[in-house]
Design a protein around this ligand. Structure first.
Ligand code: PNS
Length: 175
């Protein structure tokens, strides 16, 4: 008799590799929620940290530091790797044999940008599917830029980002 756990393992094996890309400047609990949920669906998850200013924004943290923040939070998952990339997202996905790009969606405001990115990525790589996970309600307001703004004006950012990230943010923004 086929038991449920075996079926679940089959399903996981078929899910293959996905990339979960972003600037992560810095990573928030909202990102970590999406990463954790995606890691539960795919066999392997590659978190891709953009090592290029996108949308004309200069990141506050270096790519190495952003990678390290995430690495220490995902250490407990056996199937998640974190890597910087400075190429087209679809090339990064191909390089890692990923068949899906996973992104989080918070609100309608995310939709317009993600819709555009989806069309562009789909045109370049129709074989790579983009999959969107809805943000958990607790994180649907949370963004890296919002956290940076709060931190800059002395707001309380505990519970929004991991403690080591909060400490580094406060240090960085003091300078
Ligand atoms: O919202 P983010 O975190 O700034 O998203 C970054 C990223 C790379 C996921 C988004 O800009 C995207 O989907 N870009 C697709 C186009 C592309 O490949 N850009 C090059 C990035 S190095």
């Amino acid at each position: 008799m086929v038991t449920t756990p075996v079926r679940e393992r089959e399903a996981r094996r078929n899910a293959g590799t996905a990339v979960c890309p972003g600037s992560y400047d810095p990573v928030t609990f909202g990102h970590l929620d999406i990463i954790g949920r995606a890691a539960g669906v795919f066999d392997e998850l590659i978190v891709g940290v953009v090592d290029q200013p996108v949308r004309k924004r200069q990141p506050l943290f270096t790519a190495d530091e952003r990678v390290a923040f995430i690495e220490s939070e995902v250490a407990e998952y056996g199937n998640v790797q974190v890597k910087p990339f400075d190429t087209l997202l679809v090339d990064f996905a191909r390089e890692h044999g990923a068949k899906a790009i996973v992104k989080g969606l918070r609100a309608i405001s995310d939709f317009e940008y993600e819709f555009e990115m989806n069309q562009l990525n789909r045109k370049m790589a129709p074989d790579i599917e983009s999959i969107y996970l809805m943000a958990a309600p607790a994180f649907s307001f949370l963004s890296s830029s919002g956290v940076k703004e709060l931190a800059m004006f002395g707001g309380d950012i505990s519970g929004l980002v991991p403690d080591p990230v909060a400490a580094r943010l406060q240090e960085e923004l003091k300078r």
